[in-house]
Design a protein around this ligand. Structure first.
Ligand SMILES: Cc1cc2nc3c(=O)[nH]c(=O)nc-3n(C[C@H](O)[C@H](O)[C@H](O)COP(=O)(O)OP(=O)(O)OC[C@H]3O[C@@H](n4cnc5c(N)ncnc54)[C@H](O)[C@@H]3O)c2cc1C
Length: 416
């Protein structure tokens, strides 16, 4: 079934009896050519591109819960390509281009809205750093604009420009950045993968890897053994635990990241705004809620919920930036498990086990990467070669020293 305005009208006139489920609910077959582990954004997009773009067949995706129950349905929905380093920026700009055609490509409304992002500048040194980042973005074919204080004031008059500690001196803007409905992204990719013949197998937890002579043979799961020629793991916050079953210790820590949404308000925030002097970022959903977040909880955890000190810290950041937010009531808070890598950048690579591939280390920022991550992981699975924009996202960079330390803070996952 294709979605279109005509179809919505026709269904409206005939009692909405023609809509079917978005994907099948198949039982696992004994063997596949490819199995993707993890039904989050990255696993689903990998399956989608593997089947649709790279024309591979006999593909399954196994998810321990239900499609979209992880971080893909828990993030603050921001996508952008405002990175600095050559290991990152071309990849995220590739992702941005995929975002721009995504809804047409998978024929699903994911509410992709390029409403822009402004990273606020509070010091002269920060302006220099952001100018450098903006230039790196332009060199990679992205868009970037350095805004003066008055230009920022024109767009966001409600900010506290004269805060004694953190005065606002300008901003780095990317107009093509924005937000998308995260569930819609998961559902669109799931539907597109299913239509191309991928078996999406839910309630199927991977409990072990069958590896013989250094080669993957298949997976032990809560629904029995499934054979596979190639396995791609994309389990985000559970990467450390899952890869430990294959005998690997990853350069990754898992932490909780919380997000918050206020009661619905009239439109007030035009795009995404990030505080440059603390960790706080905010946008407004189409329902009117202010969606915001900040730091990860400072301890390792596999719980999908966080703790009060971070809520206080994030609220303080919000108050310093835009005191009017203190009038809004907090409606909900939730958490997801982040796979924090040691340099803050992701891994899309082979592993020492033949036929076993890893997609992990997305830290705070994997939602924006969803299209490119899936595309590049599918490229790697299908061709055994890294896609050009992901070639530096290697697992062995922590041994060789070729880290992609975007923020220059070293091996401190809580600062990424
Ligand atoms: C609060 C919050 C806010 C965020 N905001 C943003 C943002 O604004 N912008 C941005 O770019 N990024 C953001 N992120 C990060 C982004 O959401 C993640 O980096 C990204 O979603 C991770 O990839 P994923 O979607 O594949 O993960 P997930 O959706 O977590 O998918 C992993 C899946 O693997 C499954 N799994 C785990 N173990 C097994 C197993 N043994 N067997 C089978 N399946 C298994 C899980 O159940 C899960 O469904 C945010 C994250 C959080 C938590």
């Amino acid at each position: 079934m294709r979605f279109s305005a005509l179809r919505v009208i026709a269904e409206g006139l005939t009692g909405h009896r023609g809509w079917g489920p978005l994907w099948r609910n198949p039982d696992p077959k004994p063997e596949y050519d490819y199995i993707i582990v993890g039904g989050g954004g990255h696993g689903l997009s990998t399956a989608y591109y593997l089947a649709n773009t790279f024309k591979q067949a006999r593909i399954a995706l196994v998810e321990r819960g239900w499609i979209g129950q992880g971080n893909i349905g828990r993030n603050t929905t921001i996508f952008r390509s405002n990175y600095l380093l050559p290991g990152n920026e071309p990849f995220y700009e590739f992702s941005m281009k995929l975002w721009e055609g995504l809804e047409q490509a998978f024929n699903f409304n994911a509410m992709v809205s390029q409403r822009g992002i402004i990273n606020l500048i509070h010091t002269d040194g920060q302006r220099d750093a952001y100018r450098r980042r903006g230039n790196a973005m332009l060199l990679a074919g992205a868009d970037a604009e350095l805004l003066s204080r008055d230009q920022v004031r024109e767009i966001c008059p409600f900010l506290n420009f004269d805060n004694a500690r953190f005065p606002i001196k300008g901003g780095l803007m990317q107009r093509r950045a924005g937000t998308a409905r995260h569930d819609g992204v998961a559902w669109g990719y799931a539907r597109g993968a299913d239509q191309a013949g991928v078996d999406l197998i839910q309630n199927c937890e991977v409990t072990g890897f069958r590896i013989e002579n250094g080669k993957i043979r298949g997976l032990e799961t809560s629904r029995g053994y499934i054979g596979a020629k190639k396995v791609g793991v994309a389990v985000a916050g559970m990467s450390g635990k899952v890869m430990a079953m294959a005998g690997m210790r990853l350069p990754i820590e898992s932490h909780v990241l919380q997000a918050f949404v206020s009661e619905g308000l009239k439109p007030v925030i035009p795009g995404v705004i990030t505080f440059g002097a603390g960790h706080f970022y905010v946008s407004q959903s189409d329902k009117g809620g202010l969606v915001f977040g900040g730091d990860i909880d400072g301890y390792n955890s596999y719980a999908q919920r966080g703790n009060l000190p971070v809520i206080e810290d994030v609220a303080e950041g919000g108050m310093a930036l835009m005191p009017m937010i203190g009038r809004a009531r907090l409606l909900r808070a939730w958490g997801g498990i982040m796979d924090m890598s040691m340099d803050g950048s992701p891994i899309i690579d082979r592993t020492p086990v033949e036929g076993l591939y890893l997609n992990a280390g997305w830290c705070y920022g994997g939602f924006k990467a969803t299209p490119a991550s899936g595309y590049c992981f599918a490229h790697l699975l299908a061709t055994d070669r890294s896609h050009d924009v992901a070639r530096l996202m290697r697992l062995d960079r922590f041994e060789s020293g070729h880290v992609i330390d975007e923020k220059g803070v070293g091996a401190t996952p809580n600062l990424h």
